[in-house]
Design a protein around this ligand. Structure first.
Ligand code: IPE
Ligand code: IPE
Ligand code: MG
Length: 226
């Protein structure tokens, strides 16, 4: 495994279109997408990746139809309940980023519980971005800085972000053919290598991830040097 690849971030997009292509309800796409989360997480864990950050719900996604938002909230609850044993079996530590205070008490508690119960796992850390938006994260970080009377250095800002203690993103992948960032990890992806694939998230496979990782290995990362 490429030792320069520690952190993979993915914008899991295209669940709705995947379902529509099959004349299914959009919710069927989310359901299928959740299975792929498990597959890709286990694969990254097997590959020895340190951090996998997955965009699951953005600060902008509340603007979707009420029924879809409600479905996603229920799906998250179900996901955490069924996933705990899988995390533990694979030595995967779970962490959430984003403003969780907007979620129901029940969902907040199952998220906290999953974080606590996996806290001593030492393999991959799977980070789910939940009610996450980079701008919101940066605003909350600035408030923390002010409160602690800290100087706004890069180091201090880093330590106030939700991703404190986690290294920068090396590889950023977006599925579904959209070529945009959609308010995801703007600070942390400053020097990430980006890959955009046409594949809808429910069809994203471990083979495709392996191909992208192999391409990543061929990229020359200069970080401003020559
Ligand atoms: C990504 O798939 C999942 C979430 C944003 C929750 P979409 O639901 O955005 O699927 P498309 O982009 O409409 O196909
Ligand atoms: C980004 O996808 C958010 C997640 C994958 C959770 P969206 O489907 O919400 O993004 P836009 O609206 O196409 O930019
Ligand atoms: Mg989308």
């Amino acid at each position: 495994m490429n030792k320069n690849l520690k952190h993979i971030a993915i914008i899991m997009d295209g669940n709705g279109r995947w379902a529509k292509e099959r004349n299914l309800n959009r919710t069927a796409g989310h359901e299928e997408g959740a299975k792929v989360v498990r597959n890709i997480t286990t694969h990254c864990s097997d590959l020895g990746i340190k951090y996998l950050t997955l965009y699951a719900f953005s600060t902008e996604n509340w603007s979707r139809p009420k029924l879809e938002v409600e479905f996603l909230m229920k799906l998250l609850e179900r996901y955490f309940r069924s996933e705990l044993l899988i995390y533990l079996k694979n030595n995967v530590k779970f962490k959430a980023i984003g403003d969780l205070s907007k979620f129901s008490k029940k969902l907040q508690s199952v998220i906290k519980d999953t974080e606590e119960k996996t806290s001593s796992c030492t393999g991959l850390t799977q980070i789910l971005a939940l009610n996450y938006g980079s701008r919101d994260e940066i605003c909350r970080a600035v408030k923390k800085l002010n409160k602690q009377n800290l100087e706004p250095s890069e180091e201090n800002i880093n330590s106030c972000l939700d991703t404190a203690g986690i290294c920068d993103v090396d590889l950023l992948i977006r599925t579904s053919g959209e070529i945009r960032i959609s308010n995801y990890l703007l600070w942390q992806s400053a020097y990430a290598e980006m890959f955009f694939t046409q594949t809808f998230w429910p069809e994203f496979s471990t083979q495709e991830l392996d191909d992208i990782i192999s391409d990543f290995g061929k990229r020359e990362r200069r970080f401003g040097g020559i």
